[in-house]
Write a protein that binds this ligand. Sequence first.
Ligand code: NAP
Length: 318
Amino acid sequence: MINKNNTDKIKRREFLQSGASVAASVMLSGLGVTDLFAAVHTPHNTYSVPTIPTITLNNGIRMPILGYGTMTIEGSKGERCIADAISIGYRLFDTATIYGTEGVVGKEIAQSGIQREDFFVTTKLWVDDSGYDKTKKAFERSLSKLRMEYVDLYLIHRPRGDVKGSWKAMEELHKEGRIKAIGVSNFSAHQFDELISNSTVKPAVNQIETHAFFQQHKAQDALRHDSVQMEAWSPFAGGRNGLFTNKTIAAIGAKHKKTNAQISLRWLIQRGIVAIPRTSQKAHMIDNINIFDFELDESDMKTLAALDLNVTQFPEWE
Ligand SMILES: NC(=O)c1ccc[n+]([C@@H]2O[C@H](COP(=O)([O-])OP(=O)(O)OC[C@H]3O[C@@H](n4cnc5c(N)ncnc54)[C@H](OP(=O)(O)O)[C@@H]3O)[C@@H](O)[C@H]2O)c1
């Protein structure tokens, strides 16, 4: 559902000039999703903005397969970027206490005129707030910054401190309906197993670094085995290791008339992985959402698999 107040803000000419080629309706192969584009009616124009396909989490909650990452998207830049991202069709916003962007995400969602239920908001518990009591307090602070009654997904940002205590608090908040799904981020298979052996609610998501140079196939197999959704942070490796100019990715891009960014995202969603690219440029927001009108074939997938270095591109965060 796209609310009229919001659609009125989207200017047809501006949208079309931005270079987005949106089809009326396409099939996203492998995900069984049809009708990806919703008609938007304004008093003078009718056109289409992309509707992003959803996956279903292990507790039945639906999550868009593509979202918008908000790390460093702060202040007035954040306001502009999040308003642009909403107008372009993004509905999943990935924020975190440590990013300092919960406030700007909450403000722009509140001002969008679009119903809260149409968004999927993820935020994360930082390590300083680990433990039962601190988690409860941190969650209240996040909700208040977000100006929301609930969050869709709340993640333990890093497996540090009193994880068990934090998880217990999150299970309670989940049972109260204040968090639709609870999950983790940056958990290894071992840390994940330890958590589930001590919990009553299984994590719905593990958000981990995943991109062409760190493909995480083993982690994906383990998460799939546990019915846990994998989510890719830094789907472009933050541009490191020359991802945007990589010749192998560019050759596949030339075949499909797509950019390295679009090939990188399409490859993730064809693997069934949720991706949350970050950009401060409207043209890139449009590029990044315009990935549902083509399909990588088996040989493309094999060629991309060969780029795996199986090593983090962010050693400073280890
Ligand atoms: N859970 C965790 O521990 C964790 C850790 C890191 C990140 N994350 C999440 O993941 C999100 C994404 O990761 P990230 O921010 O590290 O990096 P990223 O999305 O891999 O890359 C961002 C970079 O790509 C550029 N870019 C984006 N779209 C582009 C396009 N179409 N063409 C060319 N360049 C493009 C951006 O520059 P422009 O602004 O110029 O477009 C920016 O420099 C974060 O914002 C955050 O929400 C989570």
